[in-house]
Design a protein around this ligand. Structure first.
Ligand code: GDP
Length: 489
């Protein structure tokens, strides 16, 4: 269902800001790049690696302005939006490079400004300002709630929670729900425990064994600075098919809080961040979804369709009322491709392409360019052929993070292991069908060990200092070429 802009936010306010942005951009070309993806998709690592590569000379053969030497310099400048936290780049790099640990993940919106001095192909010197906006994908998935009433959302959430594999995870919450009556007087304690159990259910669905993606309201899992506030203290109720909420009832209380959630959380996010983006990269941990099985993939497909619908809303309606089109390029990127042998990278891309295909077809009329890539922003593994009996198997080598366990063995963070990541199928279709053709990546045949969820440490660098060389990656340059290559012409 299409959303009107007026459903979302005050158009006059948006237009005034668009005019200011337009003026600023005219004198100082600026691209606002949104980086999103569900929790743990790889946003923090992606942004850190991208900035590190651009400022410290990464190996980017496919990023033409860089490879051809037209980029003279890329430097960080103070973050322009006073009310938005700055992306903690320096700390993240230190953690990655000096400690060989992964940085803390995104839990809130943050921003960073990168200024790129470059030469146009005709020799003229120019500057491009790249504002990178990092925000949780869970928040984006909230936008469709704007056109749903509490009753609709409640019914949908309950319906979903009765399907496999969610039903089992929802048992404690459903047990509590059965004791609640929507028409009874409002009770803060009842609302609190319902919200807590509902949130625990959402969290259980997100667990890597189930890897569900469609879990709104997004702030329940990613509260940012709103943890514990009343706007986050509501939950679905079993409602009668018709009728209105009696005054003073639990039902009325839930309706009020649900509406407050839209006002306090969703609309400001749309107005302050989302509506101002020019380009968007959506990072997807597709491997986690394969590993969890077909239900997770189908759920991911629905979540990505939801995300694309939101992006379409952002572009097409703003296009008609404002000065310049917004989001005109969207990249879907499957992250952590270094968990696979390179022979499977194209297949990973094919699965992601299949996952977004229906949504992309629906978005075709927006005129936005959409692309798909499998990448690893920081490549934590190497490849090798490992002798297994008479066979030589294509393997990946990496150092499991300290405390990671496989086959009863706990790794110390110092030992490198070879794993056989298994092949993705050429045809992605059976993955979605759930016909048993494929359930997760095959585990290491030699040890019978399940390495699927092993987290590898970031790679060692020759110079372990934060000022040292750029980080190894897979296809990060392709992503850059698509996202900003044309802006550097
Ligand atoms: P965010 O929640 O989207 O900000 O996710 P992060 O960027 O914090 O990434 C979550 C986790 O995924 C990290 O702690 C790493 O364990 C893993 N990860 C992210 N990117 C990569 C990558 O390129 N390669 C590997 N091997 N692991 C990655």
């Amino acid at each position: 269902m299409a959303l009107r802009l007026s459903d979302i936010v005050d158009e006059a306010l948006l237009s005034a800001r668009a005019l200011k942005d337009y003026g600023d951009h005219f004198f100082n070309p600026t691209v606002r790049l949104g980086v999103t993806g569900l929790s743990r998709a790889g946003k923090t690592v992606f942004i850190t690696a991208l900035i590190r590569g651009l400022t410290r000379g990464g190996r980017f053969p496919v990023f033409e302005p860089f490879a051809s030497g037209r980029i003279a310099r890329a430097r960080l400048e103070p973050q322009p939006d006073d009310a938005v936290p700055r992306f903690d780049y320096e700390n993240h790099v230190r953690t990655l490079v000096e400690q060989r640990r992964w940085p803390d993940s995104t839990v809130d919106v943050s921003e960073l400004r990168l200024v790129i001095d470059y030469q146009r192909p005709n020799g003229a010197d120019r500057t491009l300002t790249l504002d990178i906006v990092d925000y949780p994908g869970e928040w984006l998935l909230d936008l469709p709630l704007l056109h749903k009433t509490y009753a609709e959302w409640s019914r949908e959430s309950l319906g979903l929670s009765r399907q496999r594999p969610r039903a089992r995870l929802a048992e404690p919450w459903h047990a509590d729900l059965a004791t609640l009556h929507a028409q009874e007087p409002a009770d803060e304690q009842a609302a609190l425990s319902a919200a807590r159990l509902f949130t625990e259910y959402l969290r259980a669905c997100r667990d890597e064994r189930f890897a569900m993606s469609l879990l709104p309201p997004g702030r329940f899992l990613m509260p940012g600075n709103l943890a514990g506030s009343p706007a986050l203290t509501f939950a679905p109720l079993d409602l009668p098919d018709d009728g209105a909420a009696p005054e003073g009832s639990l039902w009325a209380m839930m309706v009020r809080r649900y509406e407050a959630y839209k006002d306090v959380v969703i609309r400001p996010f749309f107005r302050d961040h989302f509506s101002r983006l020019d380009r968007q990269v959506v990072l997807v941990d597709a491997l986690a979804a394969f590993n969890a099985g077909p239900e997770a993939l189908v759920d991911l497909e629905a979540a990505l369709a939801g995300i694309l619908d939101c992006l379409r809303i952002g572009r097409s309606t703003l296009l008609s009322s404002l000065f310049r089109p917004r989001i005109d390029r969207i990249l879907f990127a499957a992250t952590k491709a270094d968990h696979l042998h390179h022979s499977s990278h194209d297949r990973l891309e094919a699965v992601l392409r299949r996952t977004v295909s229906r949504a992309v077809a629906r978005a075709a009329d927006t005129g936005a360019d959409i692309d798909v890539v499998a990448l690893s922003a920081v490549r934590a593994t190497r490849e090798a052929q490992v002798q297994h009996g008479r066979d030589r198997l294509p393997s990946i080598l990496g150092t499991p993070a300290p405390g990671e366990r496989a086959d009863g063995e706990a790794f110390d963070g110092l030992t490198e292991v070879a794993t056989f990541p298994g092949d993705l199928p050429d045809d992605p279709e059976p993955l979605f069908a759930g016909n048993g053709a494929f359930h997760g990546l095959s585990s290491a045949p030699a040890q019978g060990t399940d390495f699927r969820f092993l987290r590898f440490r970031p790679p060692p660098l020759e110079s372990g200092e934060a000022e040292g060389p750029a980080l190894p990656h897979i296809r990060l340059d392709r992503a850059l070429q698509f996202l900003i290559g044309d802006k550097l012409q």
